[in-house]
Write a protein that binds this ligand. Structure first.
Ligand code: SF4
Length: 452
């Protein structure tokens, strides 16, 4: 199916004579047509006008189809036509998933993006021809509206999850993993940093699985192609000049690769790795992803490479069928692993989760007692680790400024979930400042010190 967008009505054209004009060719199936509509709706909302002819447009978008050879040929011919008549062409759609084939024939295209990569197409249009000033839309900052304080921001790299942990219903609510192209993530991160964000918190349901769904498809960022791969993205994010904190990283083998990035100071030496348990039999019933065997050896190796590494994890006690022996195994593990930051939940059944079919519920009082023992064991570990920081000078990002002390966080502390560094300072500090603090006192979660 071929559809060329109709021009906007004369009234709106008269209203914005200077608005940039887009010519759009939509090829392929109804799904591609819906993609075209989404792209056009977005661009129209930003004030772009539609042009009936390629030669009257500032840029041409060709949404391609690559289903059959004949569809590919039609797509290539539509691109050729747009290049001949205009020369400023962005290609998207199914054929965009194989950019080499298109670029080989048309090396001077402005951009090639894959199917459903709306953000990439819109970003490519912005780059080719920025939207006209709009007094209403321009009230929205380029980084979008954020609910976090100005100096840190969450950066979502994918949606959904391919795992099927038995206690979790997220995959049935959000579907399988869909990763954003690396260039989209990097563009958003760059905008955030330009807007004053000092700390990027990388989030998703399963951060280390990033790009698995797109077979790590590369996308164009600045002068290079960046693969949608956990390591590649972490490395590029590390170039932006902000703290980069990695959340929800499951212990897949390739996680080892990012530890040197942490040792080099490119990303924060911090891994939020929800392990949930340490007993192989419980992990099996939980159907947890990642290789959890020999985890202690790996953590030891990571610490050898990056001695400052802080690992945060969460655990569930009282999972259906958890025996005394399995719980003791967890308790021993937690003492030996000496994780910096740990949370613990008593298991609660979630409606719709397959773990509900396991039977053998652990009585509430046993769950509560196990949680108490777990937290007490961790408290000892935390206190020892925190006390080792007394006398050291560490960088702290300031979150809030009070009348006498400011509250901030070290590299080992994520906002909302980890500890606080209480900072006394003789000079004024502001939220977002990164100051060096000499640690004077330690508690199991918080530190106290003086800005130097
Ligand atoms: S708990 Fe498991 S299934 Fe649920 S989102 Fe995390 S990895 Fe996916």
């Amino acid at each position: 199916m071929t559809a060329t967008a109709s021009p906007s009505d004369t009234k709106s054209a008269a209203k914005s004579a200077a608005a940039p004009r887009i010519s759009f060719v939509s090829l392929g199936c109804p799904k591609a047509l819906v993609d075209s509509e989404r792209i056009l709706t977005h661009l129209r909302a930003e004030g772009y006008e539609l042009s009936r002819r390629h030669d009257g447009a500032d840029v041409v978008i060709v949404n391609t189809c690559g289903f059959l050879d004949s569809a590919k040929a039609e797509s290539l011919s539509a691109i050729g036509e747009a290049m001949a008549e205009n020369g400023r062409v962005i290609v998207t759609g199914c054929m965009g998933a194989q950019p080499e084939e298109i670029r080989e024939k048309y090396p001077n295209l402005l951009a090639v993006t894959g199917p459903q990569a709306y953000e990439s197409v819109v970003a490519a249009v912005h780059e080719a021809v920025p939207p006209a000033h709009d007094p209403f839309l321009d009230l929205i900052p380029p980084q979008g509206v954020k609910l976090t304080p100005r100096h840190y921001a969450y950066l979502k790299i994918s949606e959904g999850c391919n795992n099927r942990c038995s206690f979790c219903i997220i995959p049935s609510l959000r579907g399988d993993l869909v990763s954003r192209p690396a260039a989209d993530v990097l563009r958003e991160a760059e905008k955030l940093v330009k807007a004053g964000v000092k700390e990027l918190l990388v989030v998703s349901q399963d951060t280390s699985a990033y790009g698995l769904d797109t077979r790590y498809a590369p996308s164009r960022w600045q002068d290079r192609e960046v693969r949608a791969r956990f390591y590649d993205l972490a490395k590029e994010l590390g170039e932006l000049g902000a703290w980069v904190r990695l959340h929800y990283v499951y212990p897949y083998p390739h996680v080892d690769e990012v530890i040197p990035l942490m040792a080099e100071g490119r990303v924060l030496p911090y891994l939020d790795m929800p392990l949930q348990h340490a007993s192989p039999s419980v992990l099996k019933r939980m159907r947890r992803p990642g290789n959890q065997e020999k985890q202690l050896d790996r953590i030891r190796r990571w610490r050898e490479i990056c001695p400052d590494l802080a690992i945060r994890s969460t655990f569930i006690v009282g999972f259906p069928g958890e025996t005394d022996a399995e719980f003791e195994e967890l308790l021993e593990w937690i003492k030996e692993a000496r994780l910096e930051r740990v949370g613990c939940f008593a298991y609660e059944p979630v409606k719709g989760a397959t773990a509900n079919d396991l039977g053998l519920p652990v009585p509430p009082e046993v769950k509560a007692e196990r949680k108490r023992r777990f937290m007490a064991a961790q408290e000892v570990v935390s206190l020892r680790l925190q006390r080792a920081k007394v006398g050291k000078r560490i960088p702290v990002i300031i979150d809030e400024v009070g009348p006498t002390v400011a509250r901030g966080r070290s590299k080992s502390d994520a906002p909302e979930i980890d500890g606080t560094v209480h900072v006394a300072s003789r000079r004024p500090v502001r939220p977002g400042d990164i100051v060096t603090v000499k640690i004077e006192r330690a508690e199991a979660h918080d530190l106290h010190g003086l800005a130097v």
